[in-house]
Design a protein around this ligand. Structure first.
Ligand code: ARG
Ligand code: ZN
Length: 492
């Protein structure tokens, strides 16, 4: 469309002179098919910003079919002729502001052309009706399976991609939004998602569970789970509403998981003492009866593989890790996926701190054990501040990531260390941040230039020298080199 703009010029006398309106053609253009993440160029989209998702899905475990309607409210950030949604199921009807829109698909992009262009800054409403079999959807080029069918239902969850298997979205942490998720399933099953349960309604043989997350949430932190669960709800000692759901199973894993999930309130209260107030208004956890392969810090309600409790062993560490992510990952989210150290480093360090304060190994002992790995161990060769696409969950991002926190703690002292982290989670609460923002804030709070320290730890693929500058205690005596230990549990 044609737009007129007033051109303002400043005369030499500095008096402003208003000229006649000049016509400039600013034709609306298609929104970019990606939000600009260097690791995953097609993830997320350009040209708009989502404010809220209203998701309604119906799932039949027998047929494994899902039908849904998602309405999203967004604001255009440019004049748009068309825009993309990240989506892997089949859209049957799409409207924009109530008017039917044209669509086509290109891989994981649903390209929507509204009947009239959208204006920059203007809000718009998109409704997508769809159906599909999420378990049959795979992203070419990744091994990620964000939809897991279980003996009694299914779970939709994943990182760095997740949403396309059950709702159309701007699937990147840079575009956070609020969520209302209504899940309809056979009434003998439970249905879970993030936030608080606002209604549960039975019609015929089906029940609809409606969950609301009213605080900003990244798409990868939205999950849904359906199945036969033992669901417990109540309030923690500090008054947070909790919902935990452990799949009904008789093996020792389920008993141990229930015991540790029941400690979620205690863990969150302890974390709040370390890092500052809990950023959300619900807590909990979900342990499905299927093979997830990892645990994920889904907002307010992490999802855990039963394997963390293999043989019925106690595992509070994983509960600490996933709930620490509520601060590091969920409230303060990565700007781009390369910033993953900000998530996994501090979630892993939180496990060390829990151990230290609960009569286990100290942070320094955990650090020392890892530092004993020989310099030629592949553990040291990754650049953890730039792990590369598909390597953001590699072991060193977690373990060397936690070492960076312990080294920073040694370098600046406990008081300053905790001040840095607490101001970090306040400064970027509900937002996104880069590693460089952390380096700048740490230097500012510590009143010293820490750029070289972080350069050595995060951007060098080598074992750091045991110097005081690198955050080692004075006269540090490294333990005798030890071969790498094999992990017996899945990666958090
Ligand atoms: N962020 C999760 C955690 O550390 C791990 C996710 C692993 N993702 C994956 N696709 N394997 O708690
Ligand atoms: Zn993690």
């Amino acid at each position: 469309m044609l737009r007129t703009k007033f051109l303002l010029t400043t005369a030499m006398t500095s008096a402003a002179v208003l000229l006649a309106p000049v016509a400039v053609t600013a034709a609306p253009t298609p929104g970019a098919p990606g939000i600009g993440d260097p690791y995953y160029p097609t993830y997320g989209n350009g040209g708009y910003d989502v404010k809220s998702y209203d998701i309604g899905v119906r799932y039949q475990p027998d047929s494994k079919k899902l039908t849904g309607t998602t309405t999203l409210v967004a604001t255009a950030t440019q004049d748009l002729s068309s825009f993309d949604l990240d989506f892997g199921l089949t859209a049957s009807k799409v409207t924009v502001d109530g008017r039917p829109a044209q669509t086509r698909t290109d891989g994981f992009e649903l390209i929507v052309t509204p009947s009239r262009p959208l204006h920059r800054h203007a809000p718009f409403v998109v409704t997508v009706e769809y159906s599909g079999t999420p378990s049959k959807v795979t992203i070419p080029g990744t091994t990620s399976t964000p939809w897991v069918t279980t003996p009694t239902g299914a779970v939709g969850l994943g990182e760095p991609e997740a949403s396309a298997w059950w709702f159309p979205a701007n699937d990147h942490p840079l575009d956070k939004a609020t969520y209302r998720v209504a899940i309809t399933a056979p009434s003998d099953l439970s249905a879970l998602s993030n936030g608080n349960l606002v209604s549960k309604q039975t019609t015929g043989a089906d029940t609809t569970w409606t969950w609301v997350e009213k605080l900003p949430q990244a798409t990868y932190l939205a999950f849904m789970a359906i199945g036969r669960y033992d669901v417990l709800s109540g309030r923690s000692a500090s008054g947070l509403p909790y919902t935990t759901a452990v799949a009904q199973g008789t093996s020792p894993e389920y008993t141990a998981a229930k015991k540790n999930l029941a400690q979620t309130g205690e863990v969150v209260d302890w974390l709040s003492k370390q890092w500052g107030r809990y950023p959300f208004d619900a807590i909990g956890g979900v342990v499905p009866d299927g093979e997830i392969g990892y645990a994920l810090e889904d907002q307010t309600r992490p999802v855990y593989d039963t394997a963390f409790w293999r043989g019925g062993r106690d595992n509070i560490s994983v509960v600490v890790h996933e709930n620490a992510h509520q601060w590091f990952g969920d409230s303060v989210s990565v700007h781009h996926w390369r910033d993953m150290w900000l998530n996994e480093g501090f979630a892993s360090f939180s496990e060390w701190l829990w151990s230290e304060q609960h009569a286990g190994k100290t942070g320094q002992q955990e650090f020392d054990a890892l530092y004993a790995k020989p310099a030629n161990d592949s553990f040291w060769s990754m650049v953890i501040g730039e792990p590369g696409a598909h390597h953001e969950f590699d072991g060193p991002v977690y373990d060397r990531g936690a070492m960076v926190a312990q080294a920073l703690r040694n370098r600046v002292g406990d008081a300053t260390f905790f001040r840095i982290i607490r101001s970090w989670v306040v400064k970027h609460r509900y937002g996104n941040a880069r590693i460089e923002d952390f380096v700048a804030l740490a230097s500012k709070v510590a009143k010293q230039d820490l750029r070289h320290f972080f350069q050595v730890w995060l951007f060098t693929g080598e074992k750091p020298a045991p110097t005081v500058e690198n955050g080692f205690p004075p006269d540090y005596k490294p333990a005798a080199p030890k071969a790498a230990q094999q992990r017996s549990l899945p990666r958090r």
